[in-house]
Design a binder for this molecule. Structure first.
Ligand code: ADP
Ligand code: ZN
Length: 735
């Protein structure tokens, strides 16, 4: 008797044994989706994770049916799910679930069918009978002869006839109508001009050779491609993928969600056409289903996508590229809390696939792994065609304020440079990583600051909508005219957001056409593409944006980037605050001077001597790395050690604190001496969406051992009423 091990789509963190009934033998294989009876008889969807001869449990129930046909999760990915479940301390179901898009898992989305018209054999032979047709019918038949077999809707449009004409032709046996499966095409509206491989620069050729060497060896090694902005990393990816296709291998390209601009996808489509599928959050469920199905059925060999595209069910994978590998968006902030970059490296080892991590600003983790010889480092130290790196200059805004009698939004230096650009038709980008108008609604009399009831932050004022908005939970409140606490009419809005920059830019540069790009203005994919297209065509002089515009964009006419407030984010209580600032400054600066004219970057800051700013000014990643890494080693922060963050969340503050303490008292005596606990204590953002948050961090020791010890204490546990506990292994955010 065959027995299948399945995981049921409930977060129980366990496998169940089910009998494979004789009629399903052969169909029930690891990775297929099945329906099983569970609890008091209800059918549940489940995934088969393995088969065995017998079970130690008596009276097994039988699998009811197999759904979805072909296996949805190849065995290699099942192994990866197991690894994720163990390393990231999450239930196995959570990891299995991450392997499939919801549109596929749900089983509700189907292939789209469309009616096609084809010529019947009769139409090819019987000449004289044609005379019996009406003029319209004959015209339709001629059109179809010209077009070949096409969707009925297209035929009608081309022949300019109504449905009845087509129907008549079918009835009389001139044409046949049939339903066919058609793909939903997310690229339908894009115009893509094909490109050919470029002649590589010497550095590019060396980088490519390193990668190809890895592919040939097939040891599953990882290459860190550290290339300055504009050094031609993408061309290296393209040619490495081309090499893999030539060997019959497939490739995954991961890009951070925010960089998934039409520009990025377009470059892959332009080179590889139909071979490219995309998987990202901008797709409809139907499109995602189709794209994923194409991959699973081997009808496409390249996928470009966000985080979860890492789990594309390729069977002959040759290469995984993780572009902008330092990005935090690769870390998922819900179960399973995996980092797609790190899991890519693991998938690479498991499937003997070369992994390329590309970036202009490596994460300290990745660079450190090169030092440890776990990854191979390859560098593109100069821009393509020896274009100069942008000239960076710093403006001390404190000095500016004392000279001009108050805080300014634009320094005189920046204003001068913008005006120069406006005169000679070049373009400018302003960067500020905060949306909204002002960050605080402040009463100048009683000091009242409007804050969200459910989160421990103050409201951001959005002027266009006249609303106060919580940027953590999204709650809204009409902006009051007077202070709700004392009735004072003198309310002030302090702090900067992109909306205010936009207003200030319109005031300071009346000749300029200004546009803003942040998640408030870019609520649809279309709005985003439209703004980019207008900017590309030169109809916008100044583009203002948040991190949405920080990377990936390539506009040769942009010769000036103004970083409005570089200190934002520099003083957050997070050990990566400096690293993140360095990365952001470098990335944003990289948008300047990507054409023949050199670019300039003005960095406005109140702390001009901060190392993150100083090293960014010099384009000196290695200098920054050396100094920062030394500090991390002394303080024993990642990557000098691994970190695990334990979260405690619940609605009753006292109860959350109690549970955190109780849990810690239980855990701490079990820890090896080299592990340093910190906490429990309230999280830096102590409350979000009405839930109070405590945390306990663990550093040091062997992370695998630590995870093994921790997992049973946090996965599938009950008994802490009203408080959720979960572990975040290698957290990217400590807030
Ligand atoms: P990065 O991703 O490193 O910022 P890109 O891949 O965007 O750089 O390349 C910058 C520009 O240089 C692109 O327009 C690209 O087409 C061009 N480019 C890349 N490699 C070459 C090459 N070998 N010869 C000529 N142009 C190149
Ligand atoms: Zn809130």
């Amino acid at each position: 008797m065959a027995v299948a091990r399945v995981v049921i789509d409930l977060m129980l963190d366990r496998e169940f044994d089910y009998l494979v009934p004789p009629k399903l033998v052969g169909q029930v294989r690891p990775g297929v989706r099945v329906m099983v009876p569970f609890g008091n008889g209800a059918s549940r969807s489940a995934y088969v994770v393995g088969l065995k001869e017998k079970s130690r449990f008596p009276n097994l129930k039988a699998i009811e049916s197999v759904t979805g046909g072909r296996e949805q999760i190849p065995p290699s990915l099942l192994r990866l799910a197991q690894w994720i479940s163990e390393y990231y301390c999450c239930p196995i179901e959570g990891a299995v679930r991450a392997m499939l898009p919801a549109a596929v898992r749900g089983g509700k989305i189907k292939h789209r069918e469309e009616q096609f018209a084809c010529l019947a054999t009769k139409a090819e032979h019987t000449g004289p009978e044609l005379g019996k047709l009406t003029k319209k019918q004959r015209h339709t038949l001629e059109t179809l002869t010209r077009l070949g077999s096409v969707p009925t809707s297209e035929l009608r449009e081309a022949a300019e006839v109504g449905p009845s004409v087509v129907k008549k032709l079918a009835e009389k046996g001139w044409i046949t109508l049939e339903k066919r499966v058609v793909g939903r095409d997310p690229f339908k509206e894009d115009v893509i001009l094909p490109t050919k491989p470029l002649d590589l620069t010497r550095h590019q050729a060396e980088a490519l050779a390193t990668i190809i060497n890895g592919v040939d060896e097939g040891e599953g090694n990882t290459v860190l491609l550290h290339g300055v902005t504009g050094s031609g990393k993408t061309e290296v990816y393209l040619q490495a993928i081309d090499y893999c296709l030539g060997k019959g291998l497939e490739a995954i390209v991961l890009v951070p969600e925010i960089a998934l601009t039409p520009q990025t996808c377009g470059r892959f489509r332009a080179r590889f056409g139909e071979e490219v599928s995309v998987l990202h959050s901008g797709l409809s469920d139907g499109e995602r289903f189709d794209e994923w199905t194409k991959i699973n059925e081997g009808r496409t060999r390249i996928v470009v996508g966000a985080r979860s595209a890492l789990f594309a069910p390729f069977r002959h994978l040759g290469l995984i590229v993780v572009d902008e590998e330092h990005e935090n968006t690769y870390k998922q902030d819900e179960i399973p809390r995996y980092n797609a970059r790190d899991v890519a490296v693991v998938r690479g080892r498991m499937e003997k696939v070369t992994v390329v991590l590309g970036t202009a600003t490596p994460a300290l983790e990745s660079y450190y792994n090169c030092e440890l010889r776990k990854y191979t480092l390859t560098e593109l130290p100069v821009r393509v065609d020896d274009q100069r790196m942008p000239l960076m200059e710093v403006v001390d805004m404190a000095a500016e304020a004392s000279l001009r009698g108050g805080a300014q939004i634009f320094s005189r230096r920046l204003e001068d440079l913008v005006n120069e650009r406006l005169s000679n038709g070049e373009q400018t980008i302003f960067f500020l990583n905060r949306r909204g108008y002002a960050t605080q609604f402040l009463c100048s009399d009683c000091g009242y600051v409007a804050g969200c009831d459910d989160c421990s932050i103050s409201y951001t004022y959005h002027r266009r909508d006249q609303m106060l908005v919580c940027h953590l939970c999204g709650s809204l409140l009409p902006a009051p005219d007077t202070c709700p606490q004392c009735g004072n009419k003198e309310v002030r809005y302090t702090g900067l957001g992109t909306e205010k920059i936009e207003a200030a830019a319109n005031g300071a540069f009346p000749r300029a056409k200004v546009a803003r790009m942040d998640s408030d203005t870019m609520t649809t994919k279309r709005a985003y593409q439209k703004t980019l297209a207008e900017f590309g065509a030169g109809r916008i002089n100044i583009l203002i944006g948040t991190q949405m515009i920080a990377k990936g964009l390539h506009f040769p006419n942009v010769t000036l980037v103004g970083i409005i407030f570089a200190d934002l984010g520099l003083h957050l209580p997070d050990f990566r605050a400096g690293e993140r600032t360095f990365q952001l400054l470098t990335q944003v600066a990289g948008r300047a001077g990507r054409g023949d004219r050199p670019g300039r970057v003005v960095v406005q800051t109140y702390t001009p001597f901060h190392p993150a700013i100083q090293f960014a000014l010099d384009h000196d990643f290695k200098g920054f790395y050396k100094e920062e890494m030394e500090a991390r080693k002394i303080l024993e922060f990642p990557p000098a050690t691994h970190m695990i963050l334990l979260h405690f969340r619940g609605e009753d503050e006292a109860r959350v604190g109690e549970v955190a303490t109780e849990f810690s008292e239980k855990l701490l005596p079990l820890l090896p001496p080299e592990v340093q606990p910190m906490g429990p204590m309230p999280a830096p953002v102590a409350k979000i969406r009405g839930k109070f948050r405590f945390q306990l961090t663990l550093r040091g020791g062997n992370v695998v051992q630590l995870v093994r010890l921790l997992r049973p204490l946090v996965v599938g546990i009950k008994g802490y009423k009203g408080v959720e506990i979960h572990a975040d292994v290698d957290p990217r955010s400590l807030m």
